[in-house]
Ligand binder design. Sequence first.
Ligand SMILES: Nc1ncnc2c1ncn2[C@@H]1O[C@H](COP(=O)(O)OP(=O)(O)OP(=O)(O)O)[C@@H](O)[C@H]1O
Ligand SMILES: [Mg+2]
Length: 364
Amino acid sequence: MPIRQLKIRGVRNLQPLDLTLHPGVNFIYGANGSGKTSILEAIVLMATGKSFRTSQLKHVQAQDADRIELVFDIEDEALGQCQLDSLRLKSGDNLLKLNGSVLTAQTEAAQWLPVQVIEPTTFKLLSGSPEERRQFIDWGVFHVEQKFIEHWKVFRKQLKQRNAVLKEKELQWLPVWNQTFAESAAVIDNYRRTYLKRFKPEFERILQQLDDSIQVQLAYYPGWDRDSELNDVLNKQQERDLALGYTQSGPHRAELRIKVDKQPAAEILSRGQQKTVVAALKIAQGALFQQESGRRTIYLVDDLASELDEKHRFALCKLLEDLKCQVFITSIDKDKLTDIWQPVASKVFHVEQGIISEDSPATA
Ligand SMILES: Nc1ncnc2c1ncn2[C@@H]1O[C@H](COP(=O)(O)OP(=O)(O)OP(=O)(O)O)[C@@H](O)[C@H]1O
Ligand SMILES: [Mg+2]
C-alpha cells in the first residue's frame, strides 16, 4: 500500500517538497523544529482530513501560504494505482480528487490510505475520552468491512433524527424512532463485536512480542447495559432522554475498556508501558487488516525514542519490519534509529529548516 511520491505545499515550515519514497522504511531525522512531524502531519491530513496535533487546520497551513496542496501517488496491492490530490484554502474549503475526479467524502480518500500513527501523545488512546477508543475500533471495522460506512451513515442519521424528536418533544413519534434506532444500532454493535473478537488474540500476540511482562485486558461495552435489549433501555430512559434532549444510550456511547488487574490501564501503567500497549493495539490492527484484506497499513512513528528504551524500540521496529509495510519513522538523531535497526529496505532523509534531502547510500 505504499505512497510512491509525495508533493507537499503550504504545510507549516516545510519548503515545497517533492519526494520519492521507499515502499519499506523511510527514516526521517533532523533537529528540533526542523519539520519532521509536519511531514507526518501532511500524510495524516490527506488520509483523514484532520491533524493529530491540532483541531484547527488553520495552524497547519504555513503562515505565508494561501493554501495547502498535497499530491500523493499511491500503489495498492489490491486497489491498484491512484493519484490523490487535496487542495485546502484558507477559508476552509477543501477540494479532494482521485485520479482527477472530485471526491465527495473524505472516507473515499481514507480507503486508499490506511494510516496508523504512533507518536508521543498516543498514550492518550488509553487515558483520553471513550470517543478515541471508539474511533480506534471503527478504523479497524471500516478498513475491513466495506459495507460498514453505509450502515454507520444510516445510524448517525437516525441518532440525529431521534435527538431532534426528543428536543421537539414529539412523543407520538418516539416509539417508531426507538425501533429503527435500535435496529441500526444492532448492526453497528455487531460489526464492532465481531471485529473485536478477531482483534483480541492478535493484540495479545503482538503485546507479548513487545513486552511479555504487561498483562492487559480488553473489554467491549456496547453503549448500553449489555444484558438488556436497546429498545427496552430506550423506553426506560425516555423521560431522562426527553429532559436532556438527546439519546443517552447506543453505539455512540460504546467504549473499549482497557484494564490491568481490573483497573484502568491509564491509571496503573507507566508512560512507556502505556506507549507500548498503544503501539501493540495499532500494530495488531494493521496485522489483522493485512490478514483480512491482503492490503498493508502505513505506519507513521513520530519521535521513536520518546518514552521507549532501546529494547522496546527494537521490538517495535522488528514488528513493523515483519509486517513488510511502509513505515515513516522520525528521530532527532540518526544514530537512535540506525544503531538499533538496519532494515534492508529503507531510505534515510534529513530535514533541516523545512528542507528535506535524501542521504546518499554511502552516508545512510
Ligand atoms: N503555520 C506555520 N507556519 C510556519 N511555520 C510553522 C507553522 N506552524 C509551526 N511552524 C514551525 O514549523 C516547524 C516545524 O515543526 P515540527 O513540529 O514539524 O518539527 P519537528 O522536526 O517535528 O521538531 P521536534 O523534534 O521538536 O518534534 C517549527 O519550527 C515551528 O515553529
Ligand atoms: Mg516533532
